[in-house]
Structures are given as structure tokens and as C-alpha cells.
Design a binder for this molecule. Structure first.
Ligand code: SF4
Ligand code: SF4
Length: 278
């Protein structure tokens, strides 16, 4: 089963749920797709044993061959090329590495060079296989790194994907293809607003979903009412507990600080599994 964990809003406890679920079920994969700011490693403290670079091919122009015919810049929908009378400018940060310009150039004046985007690191944390993507600082293109992380998903066993917050392209790429999406939220007006957006996104992807209500005893009842109205099951409620906050601030997981939670996360896993099998 591939389970993605997302949240419309940052700071709702998405990574907390993802790492505690992984540790509670054990013998699974935890994949941190929040490549701009991965923080699952703070709690899982894995031993990294392999690092692979992720790159994209960007065009390199041979000005000796180029006739400045504009065919490449006209073909590039990302506006990553500008043909001037005497040279061609390449904007690597806009380039998606699709290779179309290389293919289309009638003079074969374009070759490709690799541009590093980030890395995928793999390792082990107890019996959890750990994978995380890290995007290079200043690099705007997160999706290829997320794709590289997802290539590590094994065909056997369970994989837990920790998506970045929000509903933008990196989140869609993370959640895409999962068997179930768990949305972590809190019962506040901001939480509800962003949950609404996340629900719309997951619905468009045609993925089953459920909600974890974190700090369930703060805020108001509107999130509970919304979930009931939308027929989205609330699969777990985690109270605002000072002991959890203290553990979090020291990089300690809930199941280590409060072992009674292990069973609750196992129950969460079983409920998700039952929903997927249905
Ligand atoms: S398509 Fe080739 S020849 Fe034409 S402008 Fe681009 S690089 Fe130059
Ligand atoms: S590889 Fe694709 S995105 Fe990059 S410059 Fe060429 S056509 Fe544009």
C-alpha cells in the first residue's frame, strides 16, 4: 500500500503523523517528499548509506553551428530560450529538461549538459527504510527530485509518503498514484480553509482519503461538521498535549515519548488498510 500524508496548511503535524505511523507499523518505507524542507530525519535519525544526485538535461548551444532561426525558442513552452541576432540565451532555471529543443534544431547546434537539482538519500532507521529528497538551495524545480524519491518505492510492502504542505505541483506529484491520502489538519478556521483546498485536490486525483485531526481540542466544531458533510472519515484525533509538544521540540517521536500511542497509530493503519481493500 502506498499511503500519502498531506496537509493543506503547514505546521499541522503532518510529519509527526507520518513518522509515528511508520515507526508503529515497522518494516515499511518512509519517503520524505517535502524536498524543499525535509524534516522526517530529525525524528527518525536514519543512518544514510547512499546518496544519488538528481539532475536535468539543459541545452548548450554551439554558436558556430547556430543560424539563429528561432525554431528552438518558438518550440519551448517554458520560455527557457531567447534567440538574439548574435546568440542564444538559455535560462536553466526555466528549463524543464524535456529535450524538445535539441530534437527540433535543424543545425544540430544543441547538445545537453546535466544540471544538478538535488539528491536522494537512502538509509535505515530501526526497521524503517528511509528515503528523502533534498532540493538544492535556490533551485525552484522540486518535481524531478520528488519523482526520483518515488522511484524508490518498492512493489512489495507499505510506503508512507510525507508530502510538502499546500496544494501546489510538488504536493500533487507526491500524492499522485497513492492508494490512500491522509490529510492532517487542525480544527481552526485556517486549518479548515486549507483542508478544503486539499480535499478538492485529492478528489480531482481520484484518491480515497481520510483525516487526522491534530490538536483536536482547540478551535471549533466546524472541521468536524465539514468532514461529516463531505463524507470524509476522521480516522484519528490527537489532543493538544504538552508532552507531545515537548517531545516534538526535542526531536522525539510521540510513540517514544508516549508508548500508548503506538497502538493508536497501528489502529489508524488498519483502518486505512481496510478502506483501501474495500
Ligand atoms: S533551433 Fe538551432 S539553429 Fe535555430 S536558433 Fe535554435 S539553436 Fe540556433
Ligand atoms: S529542454 Fe525543453 S524546456 Fe528546456 S529549453 Fe529545451 S525545449 Fe525548453
Amino acid at each position: 500500500m502506498v499511503l500519502s500524508i498531506a496537509s493543506g496548511k503547514g505546521g499541522t503535524g503532518k510529519t509527526t503523523v507520518a513518522v509515528n505511523l511508520a515507526l508503529s507499523i515497522g518494516k515499511c518505507q518512509y519517503l520524505d517528499c517535502d524536498v524543499e524542507e525535509p524534516n522526517g530525519h530529525v525524528f527518525l535519525k536514519p543512518e544514510i548509506d547512499d546518496t544519488q544526485e538528481v539532475s536535468k538535461p539543459v541545452p548548450r548551444i554551439d554558436e558556430e553551428k547556430c543560424t539563429h532561426c528561432h525554431k528552438c525558442s518558438e518550440a519551448c513552452v517554458y520560455h527557457a530560450l531567447a534567440v538574439l541576432p548574435d546568440r542564444v540565451l538559455v535560462f536553466p532555471e526555466l528549463c524543464h529538461g524535456c529535450g524538445l529543443c535539441t530534437w527540433i534544431c535543424p543545425e544540430r547546434a544543441i547538445t545537453e549538459k546535466k544540471q544538478a537539482l538535488g539528491v536522494v538519500e537512502t538509509g535505515l532507521s530501526r526497521d524503517v527504510e528511509f528515503v528523502q529528497g533534498r532540493l538544492n538551495i535556490g533551485e525552484p524545480m522540486a518535481v524531478p527530485v520528488i519523482r526520483a524519491v518515488k522511484k524508490k518505492i518498492r512493489t512489495e510492502g507499505d510506503a508512507i509518503l510525507d508530502a510538502s504542505p499546500g496544494t501546489s505541483c510538488p504536493v500533487v506529484q507526491s500524492v499522485l498514484g497513492s492508494d490512500f491520502c491522509l490529510l492532517v489538519t487542525e480544527p481552526t478556521p485556517f486549518g479548515l480553509h486549507d483542508l478544503n483546498l486539499a480535499v478538492e485536490m485529492v478528489r480531482k486525483l481520484g484518491i480515497r482519503m481520510g483525516v487526522v485531526l491534530n490538536r483536536c481540542d482547540i478551535g471549533d466544531e466546524k472541521t468536524e461538521s465539514y468532514c461529516a458533510q463531505e463524507n470524509i472519515p476522521i480516522l484519528m484525533r490527537i489532543p493538544a498535549d504538552r508532552r507531545i509538544a515537548e517531545a516534538y521540540s526535542s526531536g522525539v517521536t510521540i510513540v517514544e515519548a508516549l508508548p500508548e500511542y503506538r497502538q493508536r497509530f497501528q489502529k489508524l493503519y488498519q483502518d486505512i488498510r481496510a478502506a483501501v481493500i474495500q
